[in-house]
Structure formats: C-alpha cells, structure tokens
Write a protein that binds this ligand. Structure first.
Ligand SMILES: [Zn+2]
Length: 147
C-alpha cells in the first residue's frame, strides 16, 4: 500500500501589522514605488549586502548606508523544482536561483523566469523583472530573467 498524504484544508484569518524597520521600509518602498533595488554598504569593510541588513557579517559593523544597485547581476546557483507545494509562489516546474546583483557582494534566492531549463548556467547574466502592481514585498521583483 502506497503512503498517501492526507491534506487537511482549513482557513486561519489572522489580521496583523508590523513595522518592517527603517532600512527594510526604505528598501521595500523604493522597490514598490520606483523599481529601485537598494543594498547596504559596510562603512568599514565596503561589503555591499543585497538585500540590506543591519549588521555586517564580516566585521560586525552597524550598516545604514543604503546604495542603489542596478537590476542586473549574475546567477550564482540554481535548482529546478519539479513538484508543486502550496507554499511555492508559482506552479512547478520552476527555477529558484541565487542572484548576485552587480555591485553587491551577497546573493538573494529568488525565482528565475523566461528561461529554457537546458539554457540554465551558473554565471549567466540575469535581470530583474518587476511586477506591474507592486505591494512592497520581495515578490515585487516577479523573477529574474536571462539578459
Ligand atoms: Zn563590514
């Protein structure tokens, strides 16, 4: 007998609000209103983090110098997802990749779209594709596509 997953459907409604913080607020507002992608630069070791964070993981300095990054970068790694789960932002098959934007020292895991699976290559150039209706979250970048 094959194991069959039992799926229990339900609904929880939990209204909430939270303050994203000064840095994350600027990051998401620029993304939503101006399609600009910000990183944060360490004043001591010059590392640039994307997305922004408040503490440098190399030298532990406090980070508050936001810098504008471009929309293009490099695919550092990827995986092809062949099954759908309710928590996935899109239906399978799709690609998750780690993208390091030009001028940044760190990468962000995000969706890679408009790509043939056999053309995927580590090091390929990609650029952000923005959603038309942006809401102030990381999915305002709908995905990154090959340049
Ligand atoms: Zn640093």
């Amino acid at each position: 007998m094959e194991d069959e997953p039992l799926v229990v459907e339900g609904k929880l409604e939990i209204p909430f609000k939270y303050y994203a913080g000064a840095q994350a607020s600027k990051f998401f507002i620029e993304l939503r209103d101006n399609k600009k992608i910000l990183g944060v630069k360490c004043p001591r070791c010059d590392k640039v983090y994307f997305p922004p964070r408040t503490t440098c993981t190399w030298c532990f300095s406090r980070l508050d110098e936001l810098v504008e990054l471009g929309t293009r970068g490099e695919l550092l790694s990827y995986t092809v997802v062949h099954y759908s789960e309710p928590v996935h932002p899109v239906k399978a098959p799709f690609v998750y990749g780690v993208v390091k934007l030009d001028g940044a020292d760190t990468g962000l895991a995000h969706l890679i779209g408009e790509v043939n699976l056999d053309e995927l290559k580590i090091g390929m150039r990609v650029e952000a594709v923005f959603k038309k209706e942006r809401e102030g979250n990381i999915l305002d970048i709908e995905y990154f596509k090959p340049v």
